[in-house]
Design a protein around this ligand. Structure first.
Ligand code: SAH
Length: 430
């Protein structure tokens, strides 16, 4: 479901007539405009959410202010203060691919005016390409068992103090069903550790049962199972994968993923892309030895892989793992990466990741959404398991009320819109 920026109603034409469709004048950050409304009893002073020149929902003033505070960027940038080379790069992204050195220059800045200009440019590009829709998707973490031993992850095989769980296929199907039919979600990620006790048959069966019951896009995030397994899941009805390459620096990748290889990771992604999966991928910020140039290469890798959704988050140290004393990745760098990814991929879905919210809380969410990100991922894992899906500690669970209360297009229309967008994404990439 989606949320859009609220506007205040200034006047309603012919308020007492019986005609259900009314013309109203509204004001938002872009000024005053005339739109239509199909809402009974609307009057001057009310607040509405609107889309495509149609007011769709009336909304309380306090909620409107809460949404505005979250979604509207605060600062106005004085471009005359900006270094001309930096400004040149921001302009160049509209007409050509940015070069590696240019991406490094953008990511390397610590100057306040420059970062504000970068965020503002990314926000403008997001708005021009994706309008004012911010969408929320859900994630169900259905098993925390894992055969891998990634150095950073709290669920690694050797983590001893994890209370392990597995949801049954019935539990998984009914969690998704509830999220779709009762709460209005249209895109759900099913995530787990690399847990082979779920056979290909079981995963395909779960996907098939969900697709029979509800209109929802299913994204699988179940790790390295081989392409045959992903083919089975695709045939059963999965639309996408959430599968990060973690870092594009092979030496770093191999040093923190014992028993795995960078080549295998990338081969999975390439194969999934060829199969027609919608690709959600990305990387971690703050890995040992990672430089700004590595991060620039990570961003370029998103493009070469053909990512449709970008998921980038800071590393967060987790006790009981080999990387416990390694410092957390930087929130500032995560925001710069979000913005640069938006410059390079104007139409991609870029969610604010939970890891950024965890180190920056609500402010991280707000900053992410005004620096190029356009969606959020809410945790739909059943309450009793949430604390145990501990890839890192103190995972953020944010304020979701306002989104679920006013989420637009909870019905079939939203599914159709998403379907169209995914189709366009594939078309655009040929
Ligand atoms: N087994 C699946 C899902 C892995 S968990 C797979 O291999 O794709 C999902 C993501 O959590 C990982 O891709 C990783 O980027 C992230 N993650 C794991 N540990 C983390 C940590 N300590 N800090 C931040 N992100 C972490």
């Amino acid at each position: 479901m989606c949320l859009t920026i609220p506007a205040k109603v200034l006047s309603v034409e012919d308020p007492h007539s019986d005609v259900p469709l009314k013309r109203i004048t509204i004001r938002d950050s872009k000024g005053e405009r005339l739109i239509t409304a199909l809402l009974p009893d609307l009057k001057a002073g009310d607040w509405v959410l609107y889309a495509s020149d149609m007011a769709v929902t009336k909304i309380g003033e306090d909620d409107a202010r809460e949404i505005l505070d979250l979604l509207e960027p605060k600062s106005q940038i004085d471009l005359s203060q900006l270094d001309s080379a930096f400004l040149g790069i921001l302009r160049a992204c509209h007409t050509r691919e940015l070069k590696r050195e240019e991406i490094i220059r953008l990511l390397g800045t610590e100057d306040k005016t420059e970062t504000d200009a970068l965020f503002s440019e990314a926000n403008t590009i997001r708005q021009a390409n994706l309008k004012d829709f911010f969408c929320i998707h859900g994630i169900v973490e259905f098993s925390n068992q894992c055969i891998r031993n990634c150095f950073y992850c709290g669920l690694r095989r050797e983590s001893k103090d994890v209370c392990r769980y597995r949801m049954t296929p019935d539990e998984i199907v009914s969690s998704v069903d509830d999220a779709v039919t009762r709460r209005g979600y249209k895109l759900i990620v099913l995530q787990s550790g690399d847990d082979f006790s779920y056979t290909d048959d079981m995963l395909a069966g779960i996907i098939r049962r969900i697709k029979e019951r509800c209109k929802v896009f299913i994204f699988m995030s179940v790790g390295e199972r081989g392409l045959e397994s992903y083919k089975r899941m695709k045939d059963a009805g999965a639309s996408g994968v959430l599968f990060r390459f973690e870092t594009s620096n092979k030496a770093i990748y191999d040093s923190i993923h014992p028993g795995q290889s960078y080549e295998d990771r990338i081969a999975h992604l390439r194969g999934m892309k060829e199969m027609g999966y919608y690709i959600a991928t990305g990387f971690l910020i703050g890995l040992p030895g990672q430089t700004v140039a590595d991060i620039a290469d990570d961003i370029r890798t998103l493009k070469t892989i053909g990512a449709n959704m970008v998921t980038v988050g800071p590393f967060i140290p987790c006790n009981g793992t080999p990387m416990y004393s390694h410092p957390a990745g930087s929130a500032a760098m995560t925001l710069k990466v979000t913005a640069v990814a938006r410059l390079l991929m104007p139409r991609a879905k870029i969610p604010v990741t939970t890891a950024l919210e965890t180190i920056e809380s609500e402010e991280g969410r707000r900053l992410g959404l005004s620096s190029g990100a356009n969606s959020l991922m809410f945790n739909l894992t059943p309450e009793r398991h949430r604390v145990d899906y501990r890839i890192y500690p103190n995972k953020y669970h944010g304020k979701e009320e306002v989104w679920e209360k006013y989420g637009l297009f909870k019905e079939g229309l939203s599914y159709k819109m998403l379907e169209k967008k995914m189709f366009e994404a594939f078309e655009a990439q040929g």
